[in-house]
Design a protein around this ligand. Sequence first.
Ligand SMILES: [Zn+2]
Length: 301
Amino acid sequence: MQVFSNTGHSFPKTLDEFKNLFLEENISLEFLFQKRWPQGFVCPYCAWQNEELRPAKTMICSHCGHPTSISTNTIMHGTKKPLSQWLICIWWLTSSPGGKSAKDLQRLLHLSSYQTAWAWLQKLRMAMALADKKKCSKTVEISSNTISFGGENLAKTPILAAAEIILPAGITGRIKMASVESVNRKTVNSFLNRKVEPGSSLIVPDEVSYQNINRNSFISVASSTIYKTREITESFKLWINTIHRGGVAAKHLQLYLDEFCFHSNAAMLPDREAIFNLLLSGALSKKSLSYKNLTSQPTKE
Ligand SMILES: [Zn+2]
């Protein structure tokens, strides 16, 4: 039997089974402590390691004296809600590849505030981006598409997409997408730098924006007919319009792209427990300040 981390149980198949494992707050605390500091407590302020320090609501570093909680400097930083609610949310988000809305989460956790549910989902989308860091490699197709938003903003926002093409079957492997102001030499090269491993072979559209790619970074750059990335960006448009019904603001688009890519890439993992652990690793990794403005203003979904 595969054991679910330090709980001594196999990975829960249902939400009720999962909830029953984390009925007491100290169990959630010990579980998260083991996940965050498997080799023993490391102070987030001074990096001092103290293997003797046990899980507690507030832990005091014996070196610098700073008080720390399990959520300090993670995407859960400053949370006042029970830790079990975060774990339930992570289980629920990784229980199926379909996206979830803030209203669904509000119902799941019986939250009185829509804003809290919305902010939690934005933070967990950020955790997905932090966890899903591995770049596309080997044979990679890239292209662009546009997405338009309803309501006041009818402007089309460009998206760049990359997809590994697994040869010889031609099936899609890892995918990456980014929202950009425009598609040009600079944004294409920046996207490739962030999302595609050097040494890959690129397949690009026969368009001017792709004619000045930094060729030293890649084995080959071939212009060809684009098909996989076009399918992916069209699937994303359908997905976001079905779940969020046009309630997404253009300024938040990147987080939804990150969520879509996370689910697609996580589907290559061997089981549900691995997907849960991947998202949990993102939730416990150091938060990225660049996302702060993306999580500050709710929109109605
Ligand atoms: Zn310290």
